[in-house]
Design a protein around this ligand. Structure first.
Ligand SMILES: Cc1cc2nc3c(=O)[nH]c(=O)nc-3n(C[C@H](O)[C@H](O)[C@H](O)COP(=O)(O)OP(=O)(O)OC[C@H]3O[C@@H](n4cnc5c(N)ncnc54)[C@H](O)[C@@H]3O)c2cc1C
Length: 302
C-alpha cells in the first residue's frame, strides 16, 4: 500500500482527512472493475493545499474520484491513491434563478432540489449517475441538455498555484464531454443559471427522460455509460451495431445487446479484458468505416 509512513498518516489525520486502506476500486466504480488502493476523503476544502503538499513530498500520485461512473480502472495494486471530496452542507444553494452546487453533491439529488424550488433546465440529465464535479469535468450531456451550457461560474482549486479561484465561464471552456481544466485542477462547485418553471412540469419531463433512458440503456448491468464519443456527424453506437457487434465479448466484458456503445461487465471482467474489447471494436469500426473512435470513458490504467 502507498500510505504507510506513520508521519504522513499522522499529518493527514490532523487535517481531518478520512483514510480507507486497501479499498477495492471495483466497489467504487459503476463498471465494477478496478484493483486496490488507499482512499482519502477531504472534507475541508481549505486543507486541499496541505494534502497535495504532503502527497507530493512523499512522491505519491493521486486520482480524483467522483461517483466512479465514467471510469475504467486498472487491475491489481494501483500506483496512486484515490482522492475524494467529502460532502459539505449545504450542497445546493438557490439564489434567484441561479443555483450554487457543490462538486461532491450527487447530480440527481441536485436536480431534484432545483425542481422543488421550481428551477428547471437540468431535466435532461436526470438519471445520469455520478457527482456534480464529475458532470462538470465530463461536461455531461443527454437529451439536448449539456451542463456546461448552464454554468455561469466555477470554483476550482488549482493545485499548481495552491489556491482556490472563481472563474467566469469565459475563462473556462466546455467541449464535447470534456471541460478544459488541467488534471491538477479540482472543481469545487459551480453556479448554474436555470429557468423558472413549475415543479410539476419539471418532474414530468424528468419522468420522460428516465423512461427513455430505461428503454434504451442497460441500466441493470454494470457499465460506465457510453464508451466512445460520437464522431462528427455519426453515432458510435450505430457504427458498432452496424458491425453486428452487440453481444460480442472478451471474457467477462461484453458489448451490450441493448445499446452498442455501452460495454458491460458480465460478472468478473478485468480491466485487461475491457481494454481488449475496446481495442477490438475500435479496430473493426476503423477497418469498415475508416472512422477512428475516441474514448469517452476515462482510463485509469496506469
Ligand atoms: C448507466 C450510465 C448512464 C450514463 N449516461 C450518461 C449520459 O447520458 N451522458 C453523459 O454525459 N454521461 C453519462 N454517463 C457517464 C457518467 O455518468 C458521467 O460522465 C458523470 O458525469 C461522471 O460523474 P462521476 O462523478 O461519476 O465522475 P467519475 O467517473 O468519478 O470521474 C470522471 C472524471 O471526472 C473527474 N472528476 C470527478 N470529480 C471531479 C472534480 N470535483 N473536479 C475535477 N475533476 C473531477 C475524474 O477525475 C475523472 O477524470 C453514464 C454512466 C452510466 C453508468
Amino acid at each position: 500500500m502507498l500510505l504507510t509512513d506513520p508521519k504522513l498518516l499522522g499529518a493527514l489525520a490532523e487535517l481531518q482527512v478520512e483514510r480507507k486502506p486497501a479499498v477495492r476500486m471495483a466497489s467504487w466504480t459503476s463498471l465494477g472493475i478496478g484493483g486496490t488502493t488507499d482512499m482519502l476523503t477531504v472534507c475541508e476544502r481549505r486543507h486541499l493545499g496541505a494534502v497535495f503538499h504532503l502527497l507530493r513530498a512523499h512522491g505519491i500520485r493521486h486520482r480524483l474520484l467522483g461517483g466512479g461512473t465514467n471510469l475504467l480502472v486498472g487491475d491489481g495494486e494501483l500506483p496512486w491513491v484515490a482522492l475524494r471530496l467529502g460532502r459539505v452542507e449545504p450542497t445546493v444553494r438557490i439564489e434567484g434563478n441561479c443555483v450554487w452546487v457543490d462538486a461532491a453533491e450527487d447530480l440527481g439529488r441536485a436536480i431534484t432540489t432545483c425542481a422543488k424550488a421550481n428551477l428547471g433546465g437540468l431535466e435532461g440529465l436526470a438519471g445520469l449517475p455520478g457527482t456534480v464535479g464529475g458532470a462538470l469535468r465530463m461536461n455531461a450531456g443527454a437529451y439536448d441538455t449539456e451542463i456546461g451550457k448552464l454554468v455561469r461560474e466555477v470554483v476550482v482549486y488549482r493545485a499548481v498555484h495552491g489556491r482556490i479561484d472563481t472563474l467566469p465561464t469565459d475563462q473556462f471552456r466546455f467541449q464535447y464531454r470534456r471541460a478544459c481544466v488541467s488534471t491538477c485542477d479540482i472543481l469545487l462547485g459551480a453556479r448554474l443559471e436555470l429557468v423558472e418553471r413549475p415543479c410539476r412540469e419539471i418532474l414530468d419531463r424528468i419522468y420522460v427522460c428516465n423512461f427513455n433512458r430505461r428503454a434504451s440503456q442497460p441500466l441493470s448491468e454494470k457499465s460506465a455509460g457510453c464508451v466512445f464519443k460520437n464522431p462528427a456527424g455519426a453515432s458510435a453506437g450505430r457504427l458498432i451495431d452496424a458491425m453486428g457487434l452487440k453481444g460480442f465479448r472478451v471474457g467477462g466484458a461484453m458489448v451490450s445487446d441493448i445499446h452498442a456503445n455501452f460495454f458491460v461487465n458480465r460478472g468478473r471482467a478485468t480491466c485487461a479484458e475491457m481494454q481488449q474489447l475496446i481495442e477490438e471494436v475500435r479496430e473493426r469500426v476503423w477497418s469498415a468505416f475508416h472512422i477512428e473512435l475516441e474514448e469517452e470513458i476515462v482510463l485509469w490504467v496506469n
